[in-house]
Design a protein around this ligand. Structure first.
Ligand code: GDP
Length: 196
Protein backbone atom coordinates (compact mmCIF):
# COMPACT_ATOMS: atom_id res chain seq x y z
CA UNK A 1 0.00 0.00 0.00
CA UNK A 2 2.78 2.38 0.96
CA UNK A 3 4.95 1.52 -2.05
CA UNK A 4 2.02 1.93 -4.36
CA UNK A 5 1.22 5.36 -2.93
CA UNK A 6 4.85 6.40 -3.18
CA UNK A 7 5.06 5.51 -6.81
CA UNK A 8 1.68 6.10 -8.39
CA UNK A 9 0.76 8.87 -5.98
CA UNK A 10 -2.77 10.11 -6.13
CA UNK A 11 -4.65 8.92 -9.19
CA UNK A 12 -7.59 11.08 -10.12
CA UNK A 13 -10.08 11.23 -12.93
CA UNK A 14 -9.31 14.26 -15.06
CA UNK A 15 -11.65 14.23 -18.02
CA UNK A 16 -13.42 12.22 -20.68
CA UNK A 17 -12.54 13.18 -24.23
CA UNK A 18 -14.70 12.62 -27.32
CA UNK A 19 -12.61 14.53 -29.85
CA UNK A 20 -8.94 15.25 -30.44
CA UNK A 21 -9.55 18.90 -29.60
CA UNK A 22 -10.37 17.89 -26.02
CA UNK A 23 -7.06 16.16 -25.28
CA UNK A 24 -5.09 17.62 -22.37
CA UNK A 25 -1.70 19.12 -23.30
CA UNK A 26 0.92 16.45 -24.06
CA UNK A 27 3.11 17.65 -21.20
CA UNK A 28 3.32 14.43 -19.19
CA UNK A 29 4.39 10.87 -19.83
CA UNK A 30 1.34 8.89 -20.84
CA UNK A 31 0.36 5.22 -20.92
CA UNK A 32 -2.92 3.88 -22.24
CA UNK A 33 -5.05 0.79 -21.70
CA UNK A 34 -6.97 -0.85 -24.51
CA UNK A 35 -9.12 -3.96 -24.64
CA UNK A 36 -12.36 -5.53 -25.74
CA UNK A 37 -15.39 -4.54 -23.71
CA UNK A 38 -15.73 -6.78 -20.66
CA UNK A 39 -12.05 -7.82 -20.77
CA UNK A 40 -11.67 -6.57 -17.19
CA UNK A 41 -10.10 -3.19 -17.95
CA UNK A 42 -11.92 -1.21 -15.27
CA UNK A 43 -11.18 -3.87 -12.66
CA UNK A 44 -7.51 -3.85 -13.64
CA UNK A 45 -7.18 -0.06 -13.50
CA UNK A 46 -8.89 -0.08 -10.12
CA UNK A 47 -6.59 -2.83 -8.81
CA UNK A 48 -3.58 -1.01 -10.19
CA UNK A 49 -4.40 2.31 -8.62
CA UNK A 50 -5.77 0.80 -5.42
CA UNK A 51 -8.95 2.76 -5.81
CA UNK A 52 -12.10 0.75 -5.96
CA UNK A 53 -14.34 2.92 -8.05
CA UNK A 54 -11.89 4.96 -10.04
CA UNK A 55 -12.56 3.51 -13.47
CA UNK A 56 -16.26 3.15 -12.88
CA UNK A 57 -16.73 6.59 -14.41
CA UNK A 58 -15.61 5.15 -17.70
CA UNK A 59 -18.21 2.38 -17.53
CA UNK A 60 -21.21 4.57 -16.86
CA UNK A 61 -23.49 5.06 -19.87
CA UNK A 62 -22.30 7.88 -22.09
CA UNK A 63 -18.76 7.56 -20.80
CA UNK A 64 -17.98 4.30 -22.57
CA UNK A 65 -17.14 5.95 -25.89
CA UNK A 66 -14.82 8.48 -24.34
CA UNK A 67 -11.09 8.41 -23.95
CA UNK A 68 -10.78 8.82 -20.20
CA UNK A 69 -7.79 10.62 -18.71
CA UNK A 70 -6.53 10.08 -15.19
CA UNK A 71 -3.69 11.98 -13.60
CA UNK A 72 -1.07 9.92 -11.82
CA UNK A 73 1.52 11.19 -9.35
CA UNK A 74 1.41 14.70 -10.90
CA UNK A 75 3.72 13.44 -13.62
CA UNK A 76 1.84 10.89 -15.74
CA UNK A 77 -1.42 10.43 -17.51
CA UNK A 78 -3.14 7.08 -17.43
CA UNK A 79 -5.55 6.78 -20.33
CA UNK A 80 -8.49 4.40 -20.44
CA UNK A 81 -9.44 3.87 -24.09
CA UNK A 82 -12.99 2.92 -25.02
CA UNK A 83 -13.63 -0.84 -24.96
CA UNK A 84 -13.92 -2.23 -28.47
CA UNK A 85 -15.73 -5.16 -30.00
CA UNK A 86 -19.23 -4.57 -28.70
CA UNK A 87 -21.33 -7.21 -30.42
CA UNK A 88 -24.21 -4.91 -31.26
CA UNK A 89 -22.77 -1.42 -31.40
CA UNK A 90 -24.21 0.55 -34.31
CA UNK A 91 -21.78 0.95 -37.22
CA UNK A 92 -21.59 4.78 -37.16
CA UNK A 93 -20.59 4.60 -33.48
CA UNK A 94 -17.91 2.00 -34.23
CA UNK A 95 -16.59 4.19 -37.06
CA UNK A 96 -16.47 7.19 -34.71
CA UNK A 97 -14.47 5.25 -32.08
CA UNK A 98 -12.09 3.97 -34.69
CA UNK A 99 -11.47 7.45 -36.03
CA UNK A 100 -10.83 8.87 -32.56
CA UNK A 101 -8.59 5.93 -31.60
CA UNK A 102 -6.63 6.24 -34.79
CA UNK A 103 -6.03 9.98 -34.41
CA UNK A 104 -5.18 9.57 -30.73
CA UNK A 105 -2.72 6.70 -31.24
CA UNK A 106 -0.98 8.22 -34.22
CA UNK A 107 -0.80 11.76 -32.90
CA UNK A 108 0.17 11.56 -29.27
CA UNK A 109 3.87 12.32 -28.85
CA UNK A 110 3.95 11.74 -25.08
CA UNK A 111 2.36 8.27 -25.32
CA UNK A 112 5.11 5.89 -24.20
CA UNK A 113 3.33 2.58 -24.12
CA UNK A 114 -0.03 0.96 -24.68
CA UNK A 115 -1.21 -1.98 -22.63
CA UNK A 116 -3.42 -4.29 -24.65
CA UNK A 117 -5.63 -6.42 -22.43
CA UNK A 118 -6.45 -9.95 -23.50
CA UNK A 119 -8.88 -12.22 -21.68
CA UNK A 120 -6.98 -15.29 -20.46
CA UNK A 121 -9.94 -17.47 -21.46
CA UNK A 122 -10.19 -16.24 -25.02
CA UNK A 123 -6.73 -15.32 -26.30
CA UNK A 124 -6.20 -12.91 -29.19
CA UNK A 125 -9.34 -12.31 -31.27
CA UNK A 126 -9.75 -10.57 -34.62
CA UNK A 127 -10.65 -7.23 -32.99
CA UNK A 128 -7.49 -7.45 -30.87
CA UNK A 129 -5.47 -8.02 -34.02
CA UNK A 130 -6.99 -4.83 -35.44
CA UNK A 131 -5.89 -2.73 -32.49
CA UNK A 132 -2.43 -4.33 -32.54
CA UNK A 133 -2.10 -3.55 -36.24
CA UNK A 134 -3.13 0.03 -35.53
CA UNK A 135 -0.46 0.25 -32.81
CA UNK A 136 2.13 -1.16 -35.23
CA UNK A 137 1.30 1.40 -37.88
CA UNK A 138 1.22 4.22 -35.30
CA UNK A 139 4.61 3.12 -33.92
CA UNK A 140 3.24 2.86 -30.39
CA UNK A 141 5.00 0.03 -28.56
CA UNK A 142 2.60 -2.15 -26.67
CA UNK A 143 2.64 -4.75 -23.98
CA UNK A 144 0.05 -7.45 -23.63
CA UNK A 145 -1.68 -8.00 -20.33
CA UNK A 146 -3.59 -11.23 -19.80
CA UNK A 147 -6.64 -10.60 -17.60
CA UNK A 148 -8.82 -12.85 -15.42
CA UNK A 149 -6.04 -15.46 -15.18
CA UNK A 150 -7.81 -16.91 -12.14
CA UNK A 151 -10.62 -18.07 -14.42
CA UNK A 152 -8.54 -20.64 -16.31
CA UNK A 153 -6.75 -23.78 -15.21
CA UNK A 154 -2.99 -23.86 -15.64
CA UNK A 155 -2.95 -26.18 -18.67
CA UNK A 156 -5.52 -24.01 -20.44
CA UNK A 157 -3.55 -20.88 -19.56
CA UNK A 158 -0.42 -22.37 -21.14
CA UNK A 159 -2.34 -23.10 -24.34
CA UNK A 160 -3.64 -19.53 -24.49
CA UNK A 161 -0.18 -18.12 -23.71
CA UNK A 162 1.24 -20.06 -26.64
CA UNK A 163 -1.46 -18.68 -28.94
CA UNK A 164 -0.91 -15.11 -27.70
CA UNK A 165 2.87 -15.35 -28.05
CA UNK A 166 2.61 -16.60 -31.61
CA UNK A 167 0.26 -13.72 -32.48
CA UNK A 168 2.57 -11.16 -30.81
CA UNK A 169 5.50 -12.40 -32.85
CA UNK A 170 3.77 -11.02 -35.95
CA UNK A 171 3.51 -7.49 -34.48
CA UNK A 172 6.65 -5.37 -34.64
CA UNK A 173 5.40 -2.95 -31.97
CA UNK A 174 4.74 -5.73 -29.43
CA UNK A 175 6.95 -6.42 -26.45
CA UNK A 176 7.40 -10.18 -26.26
CA UNK A 177 6.95 -10.23 -22.47
CA UNK A 178 3.40 -10.74 -21.30
CA UNK A 179 2.04 -9.71 -17.94
CA UNK A 180 -0.37 -12.27 -16.51
CA UNK A 181 -2.87 -10.72 -14.13
CA UNK A 182 -5.95 -11.30 -12.05
CA UNK A 183 -7.58 -8.25 -10.54
CA UNK A 184 -9.59 -10.61 -8.37
CA UNK A 185 -6.50 -12.27 -6.85
CA UNK A 186 -4.06 -9.39 -7.24
CA UNK A 187 -1.79 -11.44 -9.51
CA UNK A 188 0.62 -9.47 -11.69
CA UNK A 189 -0.52 -6.10 -10.36
CA UNK A 190 2.86 -5.18 -8.79
CA UNK A 191 4.59 -6.15 -12.06
CA UNK A 192 2.26 -3.97 -14.08
CA UNK A 193 2.69 -1.10 -11.64
CA UNK A 194 6.47 -1.39 -11.77
CA UNK A 195 6.36 -1.52 -15.57
CA UNK A 196 4.49 1.79 -15.69
P1 GDP B 1 -14.35 -3.80 -18.70
O1 GDP B 1 -15.62 -3.75 -19.48
O2 GDP B 1 -13.21 -4.23 -19.55
O3 GDP B 1 -14.06 -2.55 -17.93
O4 GDP B 1 -14.52 -5.01 -17.64
P2 GDP B 1 -14.83 -4.99 -16.08
O5 GDP B 1 -13.65 -4.59 -15.27
O6 GDP B 1 -16.10 -4.24 -15.83
O7 GDP B 1 -15.03 -6.57 -15.82
C1 GDP B 1 -15.98 -7.33 -16.54
C2 GDP B 1 -16.42 -8.50 -15.67
O8 GDP B 1 -15.33 -9.39 -15.42
C3 GDP B 1 -16.94 -8.10 -14.31
O9 GDP B 1 -18.01 -8.92 -13.97
C4 GDP B 1 -15.75 -8.32 -13.38
O10 GDP B 1 -16.14 -8.61 -12.07
C5 GDP B 1 -15.09 -9.52 -14.02
N1 GDP B 1 -13.63 -9.52 -13.79
C6 GDP B 1 -12.77 -8.52 -14.06
N2 GDP B 1 -11.51 -8.86 -13.72
C7 GDP B 1 -11.56 -10.11 -13.21
C8 GDP B 1 -10.58 -11.01 -12.67
O11 GDP B 1 -9.37 -10.75 -12.59
N3 GDP B 1 -11.05 -12.24 -12.27
C9 GDP B 1 -12.34 -12.61 -12.35
N4 GDP B 1 -12.70 -13.82 -11.93
N5 GDP B 1 -13.29 -11.76 -12.82
C10 GDP B 1 -12.92 -10.54 -13.25
Amino acid sequence: ERGRKLFLGEVDFLKGVVAMSGLPPADRIEVCFAGRSNVGKSSLINALTGRKALARASNTPGRTQEVNFFTMADSHYLVDLPGYGYANAPLPIVAKWQALLKSYLSGRANLRRAFVLIDARHGVKAVDEEIMALLDSSAVTFQTVLTKADKVKEAEREKILTQVRSRLATHPAAFPELIVTSSEKGWGIPTLRATI
